[in-house]
Design a protein around this ligand. Structure first.
Ligand SMILES: Cc1cc2nc3c(=O)[nH]c(=O)nc-3n(C[C@H](O)[C@H](O)[C@H](O)COP(=O)(O)OP(=O)(O)OC[C@H]3O[C@@H](n4cnc5c(N)ncnc54)[C@H](O)[C@@H]3O)c2cc1C
Length: 339
C-alpha cells in the first residue's frame, strides 16, 4: 500500500500498487526507476519532495507526461500529472497552466475566448516541459518560440509549478498536409528546400517509411503549388479551427530521437542526410523544420531524427554527420531517450 501524506499527497515506493502506473509515461522504451515517487498536487508537495531528495542525498527528476524523457532517475520522481489546473484570463490574453497541464487543455479553454497558445503538433505534450525547451509551435515562424511568450514562472527550486504566458488572438488557421510516396523523396526534398518561404508560414517535412509528409500552417493564406512535384498520395489544405492544426494525442510507444540546429544548409547535405537515414540499418524518420521568420536568424533549420526503438544512437550520428559542418546547436526539445 502506498503511504498517505497528511495533506493527501500520494507517495509510491517500488512494489506499491500504483507505482508502475505513476512512473510510466508516453515513452514505453524507458521508464524512471525511482526509489520513491511523489505525486504532487501543489507547490507545498513539490517543496516536500525536494526536501526529501536533499535529506536523503537523492537526485530527482520531474515527469508530467513522459514525452520528453531523456535519462531515467533512480532517485526521487516528482510526478506532476495531478497538478494540472489551467486558467485563461481573456482580459490580459494570458493563460496560467500548472506543471502537469497538457496543451489540449489550454487549446480548448483558450478557444472559448477566441485565443490560442503557441502549442505544437501533439496536444498531449506537457505545457511546461515543451515551453522550457523553447517550444516550436505549428505557428513558430509567424509568432516565435513559446518560451518568448512567458510572462511569469512560478518555481520551487528548479521545479516549475506553473507558467503564465501570452495567448494570441487566433481562432482559425490556413493549414494542411501533403503525402508523397517515398520514391519521390528526392524531388520533394528539393522543392521543400527551395521554397521561398513567406515569414508567416510554418512548414515541416518528415519521412515516415513509405511516405514523405509535408505539413504547413499560417494565419494568412499562402500557396503550396510548387510542392506538387509528384502525385500526392493525399493532400488536404483548408481554413480550420486552430485546434485542428494543434495535433491529436498518439498512443504511448518506444522511441529514441535527437536533433541538430543548422545554419545555411545546402540541398546536397540535406539530400545526403535523407539518403543516409533511408539506407540505415535502423528505421529512421527524418524531420526538417525551416526556422527564420519570427524565430530569428540564428539557425536556418532544425533537423530531427526519431526511431521507433532504442539503441540507435550510432545510426543517428551517421545521419547527423552529413550535416555536421552546418551544425550551430541543438534544441532541448526533440531529445528522447538520450543522455
Ligand atoms: C509526439 C511528440 C510531439 C512533439 N511535438 C513538439 C512540437 O511540436 N514542438 C516542440 O517544441 N516540441 C515537441 N515535442 C517535444 C516536447 O516538447 C518535449 O519532449 C518536452 O520535453 C515534453 O514535455 P512533457 O512535459 O510532455 O514531457 P516530460 O517527459 O514529462 O518532461 C520532459 C522534461 O521536461 C522537464 N520538465 C517537465 N516538467 C517540468 C517542471 N514542472 N519543472 C522543471 N522541469 C520540468 C524535465 O526535464 C523533464 O524530464 C514533441 C514530443 C513528442 C513525443
Amino acid at each position: 500500500m502506498q503511504a498517505r501524506h497528511p495533506d493527501d499527497m500520494q507517495i509510491f515506493y517500488p512494489g506499491d500498487t500504483g507505482y508502475d502506473e505513476e512512473r510510466s509515461g508516453f515513452q514505453t522504451g524507458l521508464r524512471h526507476e525511482p526509489q520513491v515517487v511523489f505525486a504532487v498536487e501543489n507547490a507545498q508537495d513539490v517543496e516536500e519532495a525536494l526536501r526529501y531528495a536533499e535529506t536523503h542525498g537523492h537526485e530527482y527528476a520531474v515527469q508530467a507526461t513522459g514525452h520528453g524523457l531523456t535519462t531515467a532517475t533512480t532517485g526521487v520522481l516528482i510526478s506532476t500529472r495531478r497538478m494540472n489546473d489551467v486558467r485563461i484570463d481573456p482580459v490580459t490574453c494570458t493563460a496560467r497552466a500548472e506543471a502537469g497541464a497538457v496543451w489540449q487543455q489550454v487549446v480548448e479553454k483558450a478557444a472559448e475566448h477566441g485565443l490560442a497558445p503557441l502549442s505544437g503538433d501533439a496536444s498531449d505534450v506537457g505545457v511546461v516541459g515543451y515551453t522550457l525547451g523553447g517550444g516550436y509551435s505549428v505557428l513558430a515562424r509567424e509568432f516565435g518560440l513559446a518560451s518568448d511568450r512567458v510572462r511569469r514562472t512560478e518555481k520551487v527550486g528548479d521545479v516549475v509549478t506553473a507558467l503564465e504566458f501570452e495567448l494570441l488572438p487566433v481562432t482559425e488557421v490556413h493549414a494542411g498536409e501533403m503525402f508523397f510516396e517515398a520514391r519521390h523523396a528526392e524531388a520533394v526534398f528539393e522543392a521543400f528546400h527551395g521554397w521561398d518561404l513567406p515569414d508567416h508560414v510554418t512548414p515541416a517535412l518528415t519521412t515516415l517509411g513509405d511516405v514523405v509528409r509535408i505539413t504547413f500552417a499560417s494565419t494568412e493564406p499562402f500557396d503550396v503549388g510548387h510542392l506538387r512535384v509528384a502525385p500526392a498520395v493525399k493532400e488536404e489544405f483548408s481554413v480550420k479551427p486552430f485546434s485542428e492544426a494543434a495535433g491529436r494525442p498518439l498512443p504511448p510507444h518506444a522511441y529514441q530521437g535527437d536533433n541538430v540546429l543548422v545554419k545555411g544548409l545546402p540541398l546536397e547535405a540535406l539530400q545526403r542526410a535523407r539518403e543516409t537515414a533511408a539506407d540505415s540499418s535502423a528505421e529512421i524518420f527524418l524531420g526538417v523544420l525551416p526556422l527564420g521568420g519570427a524565430l530569428g536568424a540564428g539557425a536556418t533549420h532544425l533537423i530531427k531524427l526519431i526511431s521507433p526503438r532504442l539503441g540507435v544512437e550510432e545510426q543517428h550520428e551517421e545521419v547527423f554527420d552529413q550535416v555536421r559542418p552546418f551544425v550551430v546547436g541543438r534544441s532541448r526539445n526533440f531529445r528522447y531517450a538520450v543522455g
